[in-house]
Write a protein that binds this ligand. Structure first.
Ligand code: MLC
Ligand code: AMP
Length: 515
């Protein structure tokens, strides 16, 4: 596609009309064609309409990946709604915040999420309508309302309309909703698909969750934009993925670095499968967290291919990519996608710095979202009037234009491609009666890249809280991947002259005690 459509939805509808019998999504042994997915989306739209959804209203999706997700997602947009993406691992605290902030008219979940969602939504007047998708079924319980019979589609959304609210952690510990418009999502997907030579002939193996921008914005949108097809798995299983990739059924694979580390371990036990996978799959992409050069090298040795590393963010979609044809440089995230700009600026003055000098990376272009939902202060902090967006990532640009990310200006911990803000975990632990003070920080981890650690000052030094108790306390309130894996009970927290906790000191102490 050499022009950017007004929305991914419009591109999808065009493909469904031009070639309804073409395969779109495969799941287990089922094939969902473009025509069948459009029909499914229309049925979903009718369910939303019957639930009172108006144009501009939000629809919360608390669903794991799969065809039901695709139908619910496209159906919401067809009905003029904006989708709120919700990680299915989120627990009470995270759900309460996202739902009260986004105020969805409808929330969709399945049997696994129903009890928790009912508990969180309550039954007060004005609570969102809860639609339940029974197991193994693609639509909510109950007959499809009459309106679904209509042959014509409602007017499709404009590029400036809100398509998705994607919550991403803020420095305050509270996640904020990035307002992704139809236009910014389509523009980014057009850039990604052009850069990676994605065509209708491609078949993607997608084992990433669909409630984050990696699985959805890159995997699903790229497929729907180009009229290609994907195979959806509910989770990543390294041995099975290796076999599937070796089978010749797929041309593309996208993953976070932890998936590649696991794929490499599986490949060491079955090098012939790895070699075959490397012959069939034309492109392996890694992103969401830094890919270390050792993993890059081990993959090349086993699969005979260089992973293409790219760099993105929820607020902007994909920002940079190593070239498809040119040099894929280990440790670097490549150059800006076509039609998008980037620069490195001084952290304090926000003035551009010369090549080779580390500063904060800023990006600009049609892919940048419209700001944070109902949060003008947070928006003003990082979205600037001249169009530049401050990513909070530190890095430098080489003389030949490649960017390298060296760290983060903010305290973010990235574990297996999931972002964790220390402040959110700290606030949760501070609610525990046995915790007087705490500081959460990241430690290097061979499997997940980074792992969550905490230093705790107990209220009663003679009876510090038990680690199992703290663990259970976190699990009840937060997604399990956010809970600290390493807990240190300390007498006091190291602080600088301003009273600010020195996390680097804690990190060094813990590293010393572990060696
Ligand atoms: C799972 N667990 C993790 C974890 N994932 N712990 C720390 N970090 C993680 N990332 C824990 C669970 O809490 C659970 O703990 C146990 O591992 C088993 O859970 P699981 O669900 O079976 O895990 P698994 O399938 O092995 O998941 C690993 C993974 C997954 C790497 C496949 O984390 C994953 O899909 N990551 C991708 C996330 C992603 O899409 N990020 C993109 C964000 S968008 P217990 O104790 O309960 O047993 C973005 C922008 C961009 O960043 O550029 O793309
Ligand atoms: P999220 O807020 O979940 O969208 O995560 C975005 C963050 O992931 C970015 O700001 C980066 O810190 C990080 N990230 C994504 N891709 C890469 C990459 N290839 N290398 C290093 N960090 C990355």
């Amino acid at each position: 596609m050499d022009h950017t459509p007004p929305s991914i939805l419009a591109a999808f509808v065009e493909h469904a009309r031009a070639d309804p019998g073409r395969a779109c999504a495969r799941q287990d042994d089922q094939v969902l064609t473009y025509g069948a997915l459009l029909r499914l989306a229309q049925d979903w739209a009718a369910h939303y309409a019957a639930s009172g959804l108006q144009r501009g209203d939000r629809v919360g999706l608390f669903l794991p990946g799969g065809a039901a997700f695709l139908g619910a997602y496209l159906g919401a947009q067809l009905q003029g709604g904006a989708v709120v993406l919700i990680n299915t691992q989120y627990r009470q605290q995270e759900l309460r915040h996202i739902l009260s902030d986004s105020e969805p008219r409808v929330v969709v979940t399945d049997a696994a999420g129903a009890a928790l969602m009912r508990q969180v939504l309550g039954e007060a007047a004005g609570a969102p309508v809860l639609l339940l998708v029974p197991e193994g079924v693609l639509l909510p319980a109950g007959p499809v309302p009459e309106e679904a019979q209509r042959a014509t589609l409602p007017p499709l959304p404009a590029p400036t309309d809100l398509a998705v609210l994607a919550y991403t952690s803020g420095t305050t510990g509270r996640a904020r909703g990035a307002m992704l418009t139809h236009g910014c999502l389509a523009a980014n997907s057009a850039a990604v698909t052009a850069a990676w030579r994605w065509t209708a002939a491609d078949r993607l193996l997608l084992t990433l969750p669909l409630f984050h921008i990696h699985g959805l914005g890159v995997g699903v949108h790229g497929t729907l934009l180009t009229g290609a097809s994907l195979t959806l798995w509910p989770r990543f299983e390294p041995e099975a993925a290796l076999e599937a990739l070796a089978s010749g059924a797929h041309t593309l694979f996208f993953g976070v670095p932890t998936m590649y580390t696991r794929l490499i371990a599986a490949a060491r036990a079955a090098p012939e499968l790895a070699r075959r996978a490397g012959q069939h799959v034309r492109l392996f992409v890694s992103g969401s967290a830094p890919l270390d050069p050792q993993t890059f090298a081990a993959f090349e040795e086993l699969f005979g291919q260089r992973i293409l590393e790219r760099y993105g963010m929820t607020e902007t979609g994909m920002n940079m990519t190593n070239p498809y044809d040119g040099e894929r440089r280990p440790g670097a995230v490549g150059l800006p996608f076509p039609g998008q700009e980037a620069r490195v600026v001084d952290v304090q003055t926000r003035e551009p710095v010369p090549d080779g000098v580390i500063g904060e990376i800023q990006v600009r272009g049609p892919h940048v979202c419209a700001g944070y939902w109902r949060n003008p202060e947070a928006t003003a902090e990082v979205f600037h009037s001249d169009g530049w967006f401050s990513t909070g990532d530190l890095g430098w640009r080489s003389a030949d234009g490649y960017y390298t990310i060296t760290g983060r200006a903010r305290e973010l911990i990235i574990s297996g491609g999931y972002n964790i803000y220390p402040r959110e975990v700290e606030e949760t632990l501070l609610a525990h009666p046995g915790v007087a003070e705490c500081a959460v920080f990241g430690l290097p981890d061979t499997e997940f890249g980074e792992r969550v650690a905490v230093a705790i000052v107990p209220r009663d030094p003679a009876a510090p809280p038990a680690p199992e108790d703290l663990d259970a306390f976190c699990r009840e309130r937060l997604a399990a991947y956010k809970r600290p894996r390493t807990i240190h009970i300390v007498a006091s927290l190291p602080r600088n002259a301003m009273g600010k906790v020195q996390k680097h000191v804690l990190r060094e102490r813990v590293a010393r005690s572990e060696t």
